[in-house]
Design a protein around this ligand. Structure first.
Ligand code: NDP
Length: 322
């Protein structure tokens, strides 16, 4: 019998990439959107897998809806990749952010507990944002110091998972993922904003790309590799929370320079900084030590920030060509 997986948030970047990975592994894949009637399932269509995924309307903050979709699909693996995923937007919508991450995660844990099948394995999309500023690369043992409503919600969800594992013996894990990108990211995210602007400028646009703090450091990886890590996390004999990152870090301006270089442009002539884009509190350094994942999962990130920049540029050029 093929394994069955249910992905909450299958319409998103990671949801769609994970669905493709699981289908390739022979899984039967079901996925949710808050409104499957209205959702265009753009990412599933771009990947050419829309017809292979059984889609449902389900809101993970709604207990009945969560219970219903889990009961109907009877998955062995549940991946919770749904929720408001923008750190910037979380300052504008803190309550919605907390609900869609903290309350949703708790609701899904409760639904799985209620159904009483301890063989179900649950993955929670944790975030490296929980650690806050990390001048020294963090391991899984480092304390959290969230610096945004998004990170606060992710920290709550992380502890809910740990608590349900300890209190009720659920097989539940958080992957603590650092930034990972793909062409499926919308332009709201800075990497895609940079790539699209650079592409327009290279084609003759005289606009300036306006960014916030370009001194911030991030650890950028390639999303396709990260969804593989998610799957590996749920294949372990014992549930474990793991950091997934490349282990290298770069300033935003280095990422910008790499993208503009791919078009033969000097970024400093085309980019300006605006105070209006600074966040009320931000992470200046985001450094991770993914050694445990390497050991437990036999997983290492292959793509560097430079590869990520080049692959995003190539994908954008291909998109425009089509
Ligand atoms: P996306 O934003 O691409 O997808 C998230 C999905 O969640 C959307 O497709 C949407 O589905 C649903 N969603 C969006 N807003 C809400 C909301 N307010 N309430 C409920 N559901 C909502 O995220 P990613 O695929 O990039 O990320 C997946 C998960 O991993 C997220 O939880 C994210 O926070 C986390 N993460 C991502 C990182 C990254 O670098 N990409 C890093 C670390 C963690 P629909 O509208 O169809 O309901």
């Amino acid at each position: 019998m093929p394994k069955k997986a249910l992905i909450f948030g299958v319409t998103g970047q990671d949801g769609a990439l994970l669905a493709r990975l699981l289908l390739n592994k022979g899984y039967v894949v079901a996925g949710t959107s808050r409104d499957a009637q209205l959702s265009g399932f753009h990412n599933l269509r771009v990947l050419g897998i829309f017809d292979a995924v059984r889609v449902f309307s389900a809101n993970p903050t709604d207990f009945r809806s969560a219970l219903d979709v889990i009961s109907r699909t009877r998955p062995q693996e549940v991946y919770n990749l749904a929720g408001q995923s923008s750190v910037g937007l979380s300052f504008e919508q803190p309550v919605e952010t907390f609900n869609s991450i903290g309350i949703a995660n708790l609701t899904l844990l409760e639904a799985i507990r209620f159904l009483g099948d301890k063989s179900v394995r649950y993955y929670n999309a944790g975030s490296g944002e929980c650690f806050g500023n990390t001048p020294i690369p963090v391991t899984e043992e480092a304390p959290f110091h969230p610096r945004s409503p998004y990170a606060v919600a992710k920290a709550a969800a992380f502890w809910q998972v740990a608590n349900y594992r300890e209190a009720y013996g659920l097989y539940a894990c958080s992957g603590i993922l650092f930034n990972h990108e793909s062409p499926l990211r919308p332009e709201r995210f800075v990497t895609q904003k940079i790539v699209r602007a650079a592409c327009r400028i290279a084609s003759g646009s005289r606009e300036k790309l306006v960014l916030g703090n370009m001194e911030i450091e991030r650890d950028w990886g390639w999303a396709e590799e990260y969804v593989d890590a998610m799957w590996r996390i749920l294949q372990q004999e014992h549930p474990e929370d793991l950091i997934i990152a490349t282990g290298t870090f770069r300033k935003l301006k280095e990422f910008v320079a790499e993208v503009f270089k791919a078009f033969g442009l000097n970024w400093e002539e085309h980019v300006t900084q605006s105070e209006s884009l600074l966040r009320p509190s931000d992470i200046t350094q985001s450094r991770a030590q993914p050694a445990k994942a390497q050991k437990s999962l036999n997983w290492t990130a292959k793509s560097t920030y430079r590869d990520v920049a080049r692959m995003l540029v190539a994908a954008e050029l291909e998109r425009l060509r089509q």
